[in-house]
Ligand binder design. Structure first.
Ligand code: NDP
Length: 319
């Protein structure tokens, strides 16, 4: 059997693509990976997605989207994609292999595999997941109004997150492992001139502390990598801003990606480029964070999922 439309990924982009594709009668099949609901599931509450005036738990929101897709006939497969083979000229169907060795064929593939925030790798990060740890200030900052938080990282994202949080919180620490910031000069200036932000250069996080939720962090200060001191800070929230990793390694042999691994799409469409960066891959579309290094918001991902489904529909009709 050759499916008209296969969707890989179960975040807002994937589910929205499924809603639109199923309503367009493309009979989509959506492959739900290991983290059902995507990155959103690691946040505490969603308050900035339109349509939920009282906020919503991430599980509830993703379940709503899934049921909406199901209502219009989307089929779901719970499995991991292990390999793909895309057809360069659209003459043959694209092929997608699953962990159980099944091979699926489809005329269009919508990639909505998302990105994963990088974590430090210290054990307490897992322990406090959903209880004071976040990788998105725009999503979770509101819960820390008038509180004290720390942001880890010294790049543009960390500076932007710290600036944003300083508008809500009483104090923001920035924990920076080097003696300087990597961010652009203008972002550095903003952070350094912000009285609510204290930058802790040459500090690394050893562990988070607190009863059932983040209440503090033990840091190690290494001046010139030699003189070592342990320091404790009292905080209510710990924000990671040490980069994101798009989940696109699977497509490396077929699709053009930028240096960080984000899939390149044509203009504001969701059409993907072949490796030469010049030609479009017929019937292959990318939506959501796997192709978006800039916004990384659920609503933006959902919108691009809609675009991808509409482009799949147009492509199938044109064939
Ligand atoms: P970056 O890779 O630029 O910065 C990551 C930061 O995290 C660096 O300071 C890095 O430290 C630090 N870091 C990495 N690993 C660890 C670790 N294990 N422990 C402690 N610190 C760590 O990522 P960004 O997300 O900030 O930015 C990605 C891209 O997006 C950049 O090109 C950036 O310019 C761009 N961007 C632009 C914005 C804008 O223009 N408004 C806003 C946001 C992002 P170190 O320096 O020591 O390596």
């Amino acid at each position: 059997m050759i499916y008209p439309c296969l969707i890989i990924g179960s975040g807002p982009a994937g589910y929205t693509a499924a809603i639109y594709a199923s309503r367009a009668n493309l009979q989509p099949v959506l492959i739900e990976g290991p983290q059902l609901g995507g990155q959103l599931m690691i946040t505490t509450e969603v308050e900035n997605f339109p349509g939920y005036p009282d906020g919503v738990e991430p599980f509830q929101m993703m379940d709503d989207m899934r049921r909406q897709a199901e209502r219009f006939g989307t089929q779901f497969i719970s499995n991991l994609v292990t390999r793909v083979q895309f057809c360069h000229d659209g003459a043959q169907p694209h092929q997608v292999w699953l962990e159980d060795d099944r091979m699926l064929q489809a005329w269009t593939v919508i990639i909505a595999t998302g990105a994963s925030a990088r974590f430090l790798g210290i054990p307490s990060e897992k322990e406090y997941q959903g209880r004071g740890i976040s990788a998105c200030a725009t999503c979770d900052g509101f819960f820390y109004r008038k509180k004290v938080v720390a942001v880890v990282g010294g790049g543009d994202t960390a500076c932007e997150e710290a600036q944003y949080l300083s508008g809500l919180c009483d104090k923001v620490y920035m924990i920076v492992r080097k003696p300087f910031l990597r961010a652009s000069q203008i972002m550095q200036d903003r952070v350094m001139n912000n009285p609510k932000i204290e930058v802790l250069f040459e500090h690394n996080t050893l562990r988070l502390t607190g009863e059932n939720k983040v209440e503090g962090a033990d840091l190690v200060y290494r001046k010139n990598q030699t003189d070592e001191q342990i320091r404790h800070i009292d905080i209510n929230g710990f924000f990671l801003a040490i980069g994101h990793q798009p989940n696109t390694a699977l497509f490396a042999d077929f699709l053009a990606r930028n240096e960080e691994g984000y899939i390149l799409t044509q203009g504001d469409s969701t059409e993907c480029y072949q490796l030469d960066g010049q030609h479009i891959f017929p019937g292959v579309f990318a939506a959501g964070d796997c192709a978006d290094p800039h916004f990384r918001q659920a609503i933006v991902a959902a919108a691009s999922g809609c675009k991808a489904a509409m482009q799949s529909d147009r492509y199938l009709k044109s064939k």
